[in-house]
Ligand binder design. Sequence first.
Ligand code: NAD
Length: 302
Amino acid sequence: TERPLVWIPRPVHEDALARLRPHADVRPGYGPEGVPFDEVSDRVTAILLRTERVDGAMMRRAPHLRIVARHGVGLDTVDVDTARELGITVTTTPTANSRSVAEHAVALLLAVRRGIGIALRGEGDTRAAIRGRELSGTALGLIGFGRIAREVAAIAGRGFGMRVLAYDPMVPASVMTSAGAEPADLPTLLSRAEHLSLHVPLAEGTRNLIGLPELLALPEGAVVVNTSRGGVLDESALLDVVRRGHLAGAGLDVTAVEPLPSDHPLRDEPSIVITPHTGAQTAEALRRMATEAADHIIAHIA
Ligand code: NAD
């Protein structure tokens, strides 16, 4: 019988390729040896992809395809209905980047609180303009208490001595308490959160979950950080409350439109720090996402 064939449309961490090679022929879709999908479709057993599209037509052209292993999360680029119909397994790596995103949320929090964005702009006497605040002893509200939020709670609670409050209707209070967070309903959390960090998926129930009333419910001078999805936070409401001076600033790794246009009004606010969806862009997360996806393929074709 023929060896399994894994097609990889875009570069992933080298450790994943090394892991796959004893089990399968590895064919890149990129670089000098790159082959397009159509040249391997009659033999391909597995696809290890990042954000590339795998549509139903591709799956139907690949009679031996058994698994599509996604590096990272989010399946909007994969036709999961056709995969299900054809018996093709689709996997993701939901925990591989949690720690990296959590550390990034804390980085944004510090960047806003200590005026690092203002300092980097270098406009006028930035030293005189910057008045930071310590995180220690302040309250951090977490909206959503899944994988990433629990890592944030650990860093903020044990590392910075923050008081952590969490709101997540799907997580039992005992889980929050043992992870160092105090369970709270949304109004209570908002009224106390000097820092607010968002960690919910974007879904119908979470679109604009944090809008003008929620932002105005925060204590004066609060900071909001969003590393989840742009649509969870109403950006025009955010701009409004920052301009009014109700919020001290915000840190955004995600925005409703990505990449964020260079002339977007969010960029005009010195107290808003923006990173281009880089929460998971660390050596560790990239390696973990790739090797976990490779392991899913190996387990499946063994
Ligand atoms: P998770 O599934 O582990 O946790 C999400 C939590 O949100 C769940 O516990 C769920 O009960 C809760 N939740 C859902 N709806 C809610 C609501 N209306 N109110 C309160 N809580 C609600 O997810 P995760 O791995 O922690 O990821 C969280 C977010 O981070 C996702 O939006 C994900 O897309 C995003 N993310 C961003 C990056 C990045 O690069 N910035 C990387 C990975 C994930």
